[in-house]
Write a protein that binds this ligand. Structure first.
Ligand code: FAD
Length: 434
């Protein structure tokens, strides 16, 4: 329901400049010319909306999930690119040149004035580069922080170029009302960038945290705990995540998203379960207690707080245990009467984190490369394992919460749907937006 509401808001916001342009109007032109302008207008408003989608607005990402928000951001960027690429070609056959006194409303001609066109051409070249660099980010192998900075600067530059092009070359954009509309919309988009890179860090600076412990859980997984310093802490729901910055200025780009693996009911300290993967995560073991940290959050909608189902099924793969452990601990600490089952998959025995704690909860451990002495479940978390663990009634009535590798989540989700679990009872968090 919330997703539908957000989609309607998105469509209204993106279509608004188009509707207003039609309203300020002018004598009608041929269909292909109106289509060309319409696609250009839509592309620009979609590009501006991209700033909001990636702007960490809790009302958006906490409603549908950050992974869904970012996937939507990616799909809309590609759609806007397609519209933008088509835009100039559809004007073909229209006489061009400078402003003609006999055609003040640009009914019969389009402009080819250098300054008005040059910004459009620059944006036309930059936009595909930005999208292609984002799609090929991993293959190109540059640092995440470098990519993020370039992506932000590139997007901002494109917005400014498009603003100039739209209000100087556009038949509709050059009309005073539309010029104001585009100025305001571009200002809102730029404001969302400023909020992420200046306002949020500024607020973070006033709410520092301090690392109190760093413990090795398994050969490549660490537990990091932070305590609030001089403030009450974070108001979050078990299962949510934050952007964590350890040891750097809050204005630096060195922050990474991590699920909170502790429960709000356990007190203000926040714990994370971090798996070694790249630049930051490989150095977690070297972080000293006492190091300052900053948290931006909470984000995400992986929560069972307001759910009314009689049981909660937690399906974790590897470090995907992090948010689910937070949920499990919260249910226990608050004396929640709902039934709970946890299924936790790993490759090897030594990769199981919090084994004793979870064993006491009756967790079903699954290993794909078990030792000879292993008596537990073997293989992957798949349909047949799910059928062994959950009854028909549980499939139909419980809420299923999953976090782990994409392949595991896809297999489990498909199986749940086959077994009659409605999709609104399947909650998941993906650790990778690509
Ligand atoms: C919602 C969410 C929750 C997560 N929770 C956990 C968790 O509880 N435990 C855990 O071990 N891992 C978690 N991750 C994954 C974790 O964020 C990455 O493993 C980590 O950021 C890698 O950083 P790095 O510097 O070590 O590696 P890098 O080589 O810098 O990055 C590896 C990959 O991690 C992702 N990444 C890095 N920085 C960011 C960033 N600032 N924003 C978004 N993505 C980024 C990118 O896909 C990147 O390609 C979570 C990810 C998301 C999106």
């Amino acid at each position: 329901m919330k997703a539908l509401f957000l989609i309607v808001i998105y469509l209204v916001a993106v279509a608004l400049p188009l509707v207003l342009s039609a309203w300020v109007g002018g004598p009608p032109r041929q269909f292909h010319q109106e289509l060309a302008s319409g696609l250009g207008i839509l592309a620009f408003s979609m590009i501006l909306a991209e700033f909001i989608l990636s702007g960490r607005f809790k009302s958006i990402s906490n409603g549908v999930g950050m992974d869904v928000t970012m996937r939507f951001h990616q799909i809309m960027a590609r759609t806007a690119l397609a519209f933008a690429l088509l835009h100039p070609f559809l004007y073909q056959g229209t006489p061009s040149g400078g402003l003609r006194p006999w055609d003040p409303t640009r009914e019969l001609t389009i402009t080819t004035e250098f300054s008005a066109l040059s910004t459009g051409i620059a944006a036309y070249l930059l936009l595909p580069s930005l999208v292609v660099l984002a799609i090929g980010r991993k293959q190109l192998g540059y640092k995440y922080e470098t990519w993020r900075l370039l992506h932000g600067i590139g997007a901002f530059l494109i917005a400014i170029l498009l603003l100039h092009h739209t209000v100087s070359a556009g038949r509709y954009g050059s009309q005073p009302l539309m010029t104001w509309v585009w100025l305001v919309l571009t200002g809102v988009a730029a404001g969302s960038l400023l909020s992420v890179y200046l306002l949020v860090p500024f607020l973070q600076k006033k709410h520092p945290w301090r690392v109190t412990s760093v413990v090795q859980l398994t050969p490549k997984q660490w537990e990091l705990i932070v305590q609030p310093e001089g403030h009450p802490g974070l108001d979050y729901r078990a299962g949510q995540f934050v952007w964590l910055n350890v040891g750097h200025s809050p204005f630096s780009m060195k922050e990474n998203p991590f699920s909170v693996s502790s429960a709000p009911a356990a007190g203000p300290a926040i714990s994370f379960m971090i798996k070694e993967l790249g630049d930051f995560t490989r150095t977690v073991g070297q972080i000293r207690p006492g190091t300052l940290a900053y948290l931006d959050g909470p984000y995400g909608n992986l929560s069972v707080d307001d759910r009314t189902e009689p049981g909660v099924a937690l399906i974790a793969g590897g470090v995907g245990l992090a948010p689910l452990r937070g949920i499990l601990r919260q249910l226990r600490l608050t004396g929640d009467s709902r039934k709970v089952k946890l299924v936790y998959g790993n490759r090897r025995f030594d990769q199981i984190a919090y084994r004793e704690e979870l064993d006491a909860e009756g967790a079903v451990f699954v290993l794909s490369e078990p030792p000879d002495t292993w008596n537990g479940e073997k293989g992957f978390i798949d349909g047949s394992l799910m059928d062994r663990v959950f009854s028909e009634d549980e499939f139909r009535e419980w809420v299923f919460v999953m976090c782990g590798p994409a392949i595991m989540m896809d297999i489990v989700e498909n199986h749940l749907i086959e077994r009659g679990t409605p999709s609104d009872r399947i909650l998941s968090e993906r650790f990778d937006y690509d």
